[in-house]
Design a protein around this ligand. Structure first.
Ligand SMILES: [Zn+2]
Length: 194
């Protein structure tokens, strides 16, 4: 068993909005008792500090999933971040303009290098600069990297995300409530294992 995570990513928050929205969501999570207010070391991966589960963490999960409590804490990202599903990789990616899906792996789970290459390059560029168009192989339009749709939300390119480590799966209601707190922004639900 590895460590697993669930990340609720705000796909629309601008770099300027992200810190304020992060604060609003954390305040709500603390008020609900879902996480604790204090930042403590060694309770998340990828960041030095996180927030441990609060006394009422069950409010975020379904009763049948609440037999085992969360193992670790919440890490908040409020800067430009490549969120991804950890182990494995994306199966396919779809163009938001023409809807055509490009497969990135074969039926034998091997990377299709030619299909993957432009996205790999764009991911590095976006990480560096925050901008990276990818020419769609079907309609040839230059589509910004964050606008593409990945199988199972494998990737999300965004400025705000709430990453929970070793928690039971969240309810739809909980995720919707977070999205409402984010001014109704579109969100992605990225999950995976280390
Ligand atoms: Zn297209």
């Amino acid at each position: 068993m590895g460590d697993h995570f669930q990340t609720i990513v705000d796909l629309e928050a601008s770099p300027q909005q992200a810190p304020r929205l992060a604060e609003r969501v954390v305040e709500w999570l603390v008020a609900e008792g879902i996480v604790r207010a204090e930042l403590v070391p060694d309770c998340v991966y990828g960041q030095p500090l996180g927030r441990m589960p609060g006394p009422d963490w069950q409010r975020a999960v379904a009763p049948q999933d609440a037999r085992f409590g969360p193992g670790e804490g919440l890490a908040v990202y409020s800067e430009r971040t490549v969120f991804h599903g950890g182990q494995g990789g994306p199966e396919a990616v779809s163009c938001p303009r023409c809807g055509v899906t490009t497969r990135l792996i074969t039926d034998e789970w091997e990377d299709i290098d030619d299909a993957w290459a432009p996205f790999g390059t764009a991911i590095s560029a976006w990480h560096e600069t925050g901008e990276a168009p990818v020419d769609c192989p079907a309609c040839t339009e230059a589509v910004p990297l964050p606008d593409w749709t990945w199988t199972d939300d494998y990737f999300a390119f965004a400025h705000l995300g709430f990453e929970f480590w070793n928690w039971p799966p969240f309810t739809e209601e909980f995720r919707t409530r977070i999205s409402e707190l984010l001014d109704g922004h579109r969100t992605a639900y990225v999950w995976g294992k280390l």
